[in-house]
Design a binder for this molecule. Sequence first.
Ligand code: NAG
Ligand code: NAG
Ligand code: NAG
Ligand code: NAG
Ligand code: NAG
Ligand code: NAG
Length: 503
Amino acid sequence: SPGSVWPHPFSHVSTAQTFPVAVETFVFTYAPKSFKCDLLAEAFKRYEMIIINKHIQTLVTFRQLNTLTVTSLQVNLMAACEEYPSLDMDESYTLDVNSMAQASLSAKSVWGVLRGLESFSQILWESDSGQIVANKTNIIDKPRYAHRGILLDTSRHYQPLDVLLENIDGMAYNKINVFHWHIVDDQSFPYVSTVYPNLSQMGAFNPLTHIYTPEDVAAVIEYARLRGIRVVPEFDTPGHTTSMGKGQPGLLTECYTGCSPNGNYGPINPTVNTSYTFIKNLFTEVKSSFKDAYIHLGGDEVSFACWQSNPNITKWMKDNNITGDYSKLESVYIQQVLDISAAIGYSYIVWQEVVDNGVKVKADTVVEVWINNHPDNELAKVTGMGYRALLAAPWYLDYISTGEDWKRYYTYEPSNFNGTAEQKALLIGGEACLWGEYVDGSNVTPRLWPRASAVAERLWSQETVNDVDAATPRLHQHRCRMVQRGIPAEPLHPGYCKHEWRN
Ligand SMILES: *[C@@H]1O[C@H](CO)[C@@H](O)[C@H](O)[C@H]1NC(C)=O
Ligand SMILES: *[C@@H]1O[C@H](CO)[C@@H](O)[C@H](O)[C@H]1NC(C)=O
Ligand SMILES: *[C@@H]1O[C@H](CO)[C@@H](O)[C@H](O)[C@H]1NC(C)=O
Ligand SMILES: *[C@@H]1O[C@H](CO)[C@@H](O)[C@H](O)[C@H]1NC(C)=O
Ligand SMILES: *[C@@H]1O[C@H](CO)[C@@H](O)[C@H](O)[C@H]1NC(C)=O
Ligand SMILES: *[C@@H]1O[C@H](CO)[C@@H](O)[C@H](O)[C@H]1NC(C)=O
């Protein structure tokens, strides 16, 4: 029904009574005792634009009718402003449009106000006569999971800065709160490091045009911060590092054929101290440029073939009594990287192989489950070991198929694994991952939305909100809303939007 909210709120009570909204003169105000906040001043401007923009596309100009009219939204922020969003942030809020057409929003943190502003913008809808209206509404809302992420990969293809920002807008419209930035990988190293400028100089597709400068990175973090979205960078090692090796001679393992190097390189060389000095310097810089408490350390898909071929590695393993045990060698590396990260003050997320291979990780480690072979069993295992977990396996959006694949993402219930209540509580959320092999600026946004919206609702809304038939018209409405706001979200099914793309 018109004026519904995506993702579905914890509680949404509304009646068929509607009030016209005075869009042209609409204002956001603070309640008398409310805390004030720069971040909200920016948010008010954004949502004024969204509300006015809706109106501009309509034919009818609002006239002061002889009826109750929604003229403002009064915001009550009940605690001091916070600077950066975090895993522990409070995103709950209540939103009310009462029978006197008075609209009010209150929250215990600035992040809750941001989520409530998004919901408020969604309950406004355009009547057949072209008037923007709001139903009498009471929403009490809070997320089910604290970590609701989207992974974008800027290594397999370079994703232009404005496309990243456009997708951060998309995240805000879906109450996604983490941008997992898989910034580098084998194919390219677009991150411009100040301590190791040769990494992008030699590892980017183009060191002048296909890079993220420190200013670009700061711009992404600020854009996301203003929308209550964390930016968690991933620097995946020891595998997935081909591009990293180009600007840092001696970092990667030389692969051998027989007795001589064959010109190929494998994972980072775990047997030399210089590798660890490099990681320490790089991550210290990353910690100061990305503000989040977490870094994603990767640790997935380490190929052992090159290590096996290299005589120096073989000798080192013999000297250290781990001959033939390459999982152990990987553990030696990961262990040191975890220790370095902890020492510089980072909490960390790792892909599941790290614990599968028996590496000793800190108790507060977050393990991301991605292998789509009974991820429920893996969640049971990881949480059984006492670690917090993220689920990504059912939500690899780079796997595309014709038809309505969002339904598959929507109906995967993350908590459906064998475990105690304590184990269930260790599942802190999940991520939709759009790996970059076949997406760049031309198609990344439509491929992500609205498919990722299905994951957004699964992670925000209650477990009982899982009826595909009930969700379909709301998701269609939400997709049209994104299109109207300038996000080129692809269609769900045959049909139309009242305001078509760029129309
Ligand atoms: C809003 O009111 C209209 C009738 O004016 C009704 O059709 C619609 O279902 C209501 N929407 C919500 C979310 O309650
Ligand atoms: C970068 O690479 C160039 C060319 O190989 C080299 O001369 C220079 O010393 C390197 N700079 C650093 C900081 O490693
Ligand atoms: C590497 O570091 C370890 C521990 O700090 C030290 O014992 C060892 O001598 C170092 N090796 C080299 C070759 O510098
Ligand atoms: C491998 O060992 C040889 C002989 O000890 C040495 O000359 C060479 O520098 C080593 N290579 C690496 C990459 O450490
Ligand atoms: C490896 O094993 C030998 C023989 O058991 C022992 O003397 C040596 O100290 C061990 N080395 C390491 C690094 O554990
Ligand atoms: C949970 O464990 C029971 C008994 O061990 C088993 O029958 C069931 O299939 C398991 N459920 C899941 C979701 O793994």
